[in-house]
Write a protein that binds this ligand. Structure first.
Ligand SMILES: [Fe+2]
Ligand SMILES: [Fe+2]
Length: 267
């Protein structure tokens, strides 16, 4: 599994083709506004989190460089690319003001105490986060019938898969070093999944929905329903369980009931 990215040239904003956006097709779709906007907030705030992570892994030069030179710039670029898309389609939206509101709340979550007790467990948590972003952008790409947005979401999704692979690679290294047991892996997965409810995505969505005024509440419910239709549940379960390193047969046994539970929760 190639995690170095050395062979893949990264994309840039001028390859997106913003001038080709079919604006009339996207503008009426509030759910796409909410999905793109909340993602732009979280991505744009990622340098706050990177700083904590780099400090947490002090002394690991190889990984530290990757976080600083690869991961952080890519996440920030996701933020810029999505923000530019928003500004093309919804030019009246005051992104800076809405982002300031989001960030005031979000920054309080990004403190060192929120990190896992050990490095290997923090890497499990990072795998869960990248599972979340990979599947989110896959759902967004599926929902976006406007070609420029579809292509952008697909590009970002590919980057998130790359992030997952690097965190997973580092997890294998630290798991060995720290002698991490399966129960501790489960605990880290569980904590991170439980965390998702009160964390970044919810704050981001609330601040994005604020821009739509009084309809925000109803829109949020509608959005979850729409997202659930296109959410790749099986992929999410597979990626989230991978750090458990179960035998193939056992992993398949665990995937089916978990997938069923997730589907029931989402509908
Ligand atoms: Fe990202
Ligand atoms: Fe990522």
């Amino acid at each position: 599994m190639d995690i170095t990215h050395a062979s893949t040239a990264h994309w840039s904003l001028d390859q997106i083709g913003y001038e080709r956006i079919d604006v009339e097709r996207v503008r009426p779709r509030d759910e796409l506004f909410l999905l793109v906007c909340s993602a732009s907030f979280i991505e744009s705030g990622s340098d706050t989190y990177t700083r904590n992570l780099i400090d947490y892994f002090a002394g690991d030069a190889e990984f530290g460089h990757w976080l600083q030179d690869r991961w952080e710039p890519e996440e920030l670029q996701h933020g810029r690319a999505l923000r530019t898309y928003l500004q093309h389609v919804w030019p009246d939206f005051d992104w800076d003001a809405a982002y300031a509101g989001f960030f005031a709340e979000y920054a309080q979550l990004c403190v060192v105490e929120e990190l896992e007790p050990t490095r290997s467990q923090e890497l499990v948590a990072r795998c869960i986060v990248e599972t979340g972003t990979t599947t989110y952008y896959q759902a967004l790409a599926a929902l976006a019938d406007e070609p420029v947005l579809h292509a952008l979401a697909s590009r970002i999704r590919a980057d998130e898969v790359g992030h997952y692979k690097q965190f997973y690679h580092q997890f294998l290294k630290y798991r060995e070093r720290e002698g991490l047991g399966r129960a501790q892996v489960i605990a880290a997965i569980w904590r991170r999944v439980a965390e998702l409810r009160r964390s970044d995505s919810d704050i981001a969505l609330r601040h994005a929905a604020g821009a739509l005024g009084g309809r925000a509440e109803a829109l949020r419910d509608q959005l979850y329903a729409t997202l659930a239709q296109r959410y790749p549940v099986d992929l999410a379960v597979r990626m989230a369980l991978k750090p458990l390193r179960l035998r193939a047969g056992l992993q398949r046994c665990a995937e089916r009931p978990l997938g069923a539970v997730m589907r029931r929760l989402m509908h």
